[in-house]
Write a protein that binds this ligand. Structure first.
Ligand code: PLP
Length: 418
């Protein structure tokens, strides 16, 4: 049995992973062209690079209309405001996600209501959505997390029954397809992030798909200082400047050229990862929903059965990271985030609506289980590198498993490392 790297053994992976973002002379030239043009900013909105990006992105996601913005947080706030959702309205969000999914509704004055997740996708659970609906619920923000998609058919059916707006948080899901449609084009709005870790990036950036023309006009106005964007020039809003710059759009236009080959490579590697992990005792590969036709691999999620494997996700994370594998045990339940404990404003939503934020007593069982015991994430770089990187993940997991089996004190010693 080989000694774990965590305790001085040799590392499974020693080489650097392929770096991100990928760039070459095309990016340099695209940025130089914008610099030479003298049109660097986002005004007048949309500039030529921005319009080109929006047209291509709408086509790629099979959407209808889109606006280009600063990031993938403001997108969700803008969507809520464009749909007339604000102060005191309830917005259902999964409890297992990045803080932006809940901060965006709060910035619009709405109350994020945290909902439990499905253990097979780590995405919001439609049954839990149904149970959380009240007469103040106005919207649902499902997050397509890591490489998974929320059950959009079930979510849209619920939304229709209760007259709710659906904003897909597709920050991780560029290129993902569900039953013939792109992520972000299934709900009323689709929010994308182009922040530097995302699989399509301009350093920062965001795009908001809108299903209706009216919503798109409102969204364009909100992000462009309130100027009207409808043909009649009548639809003014209370807007701000949230525009994407032409420099960002130029980088995204190059990123779009590279994207199909990168996405295909990641998906092929993810298929091989599914096969390889399914051979390890105590590892649960998340089931494939046949409607989820194309996966976007921002990160790859899977689960461990702590009893069968011999350790929880936290212990595996610690051991794999020491082995040189890019691995994470995932988000904490969102009710533990400081986001809901603001000290900076009397106007903050949690201060105004304390009845919603009994955080100490909040318990969502699946979120707790996936977060503290079962959920594991692997980074995108592994999937861009290919099969060899998958084999290393498998060897590292087997090494950790064998070490745990051979030493009953090991899990405790790893835990004690903190
Ligand atoms: C699920 C999710 N939603 C939204 C965002 C926010 O995107 P941005 O950083 O572009 O504001 C992120 C991450 O950055 C995210 O992971």
């Amino acid at each position: 049995m080989s000694k774990l790297a965590l305790f001085g053994g040799s590392r499974t992976r020693t080489a650097a992973y392929p770096s991100w973002p990928v760039h070459d002379e095309r990016d340099v030239e695209a940025v130089a062209e914008v610099l030479r043009s003298g049109s660097w900013g986002g005004f007048p909105y949309p500039g030529p690079q921005t319009q080109r990006f929006l047209d291509a992105f709408i086509k790629m996601q099979r959407g209808q209309y889109a606006v280009a913005v600063m990031n993938g947080t403001i997108t969700m706030e803008v969507a809520l405001r464009a749909a007339g959702i604000g102060w005191g309205d309830e917005v259902l969000v999964p409890a297992y996600t990045f803080q932006a999914t809940a901060s965006a509704p709060m910035m619009a004055g709405a109350i994020p209501v945290l909902v439990d997740i499905d253990p097979d996708t780590f995405c919001i659970d439609p049954e839990a959505i149904e149970a959380a609906i009240t007469d103040r619920t106005r919207a649902i923000i499902p997050v397509h997390i890591a490489s998974q998609m929320a059950d959009m058919d079930a979510i849209m059916a619920i939304a229709e029954r209760h007259d709710l707006i659906v904003i897909e948080d597709a920050a991780h899901a560029h290129g993902a397809m569900w039953a013939g449609k792109g992520a972000g084009a299934l709900g009323h709005f689709g929010s994308f992030s182009m922040q530097s870790t995302k699989i399509m990036t301009a350093g920062e950036g965001g795009a908001l798909l809108c299903r209706s023309q009216e919503h798109a006009w409102r969204a364009a106005s909100i992000i462009d200082c309130g100027r009207p964007h409808d043909p009649a020039g009548e639809l003014y809003t209370q807007g701000g400047n949230y525009r994407m710059t032409e420099l960002q759009a130029a980088l995204l236009n190059v990123a779009l050229e590279r994207f199909p080959a990168q996405a295909q490579m990641r998906e092929q590697t993810a298929n091989y990862m599914d096969e390889s992990l399914s051979e390890i005792e105590g590892i649960r590969v998340l089931p494939r929903d046949p409607r989820h036709e194309k996966r976007a691999i921002y990160r790859y999620t899977f689960a461990v059965d702590p009893e069968a494997f011999g350790a929880t996700n936290k212990i595996i994370e610690r051991a794999l990271q020491a082995e040189g594998i890019l691995c994470w045990s995932g988000y904490d339940p969102m009710y533990r985030y400081d986001l809901f404990r603001p000290k900076d404003s009397r106007l903050a939503v949690p201060s105004a609506f304390p009845q919603y934020f009994d955080l100490e007593n909040m318990r969502l069982p699946v979120t707790e289980r996936i977060s503290a015991r079962e959920g594991l994430w692997l980074d995108e770089e592994i999937f861009r590198e290919g099969k060899g990187a998958v084999d290393e993940v498998v060897s590292a997991l087997r090494k950790v498993q064998a070490a745990l089996a051979g030493d009953s004190t090991l899990a405790e010693r790893i835990r004690a490392l903190g």
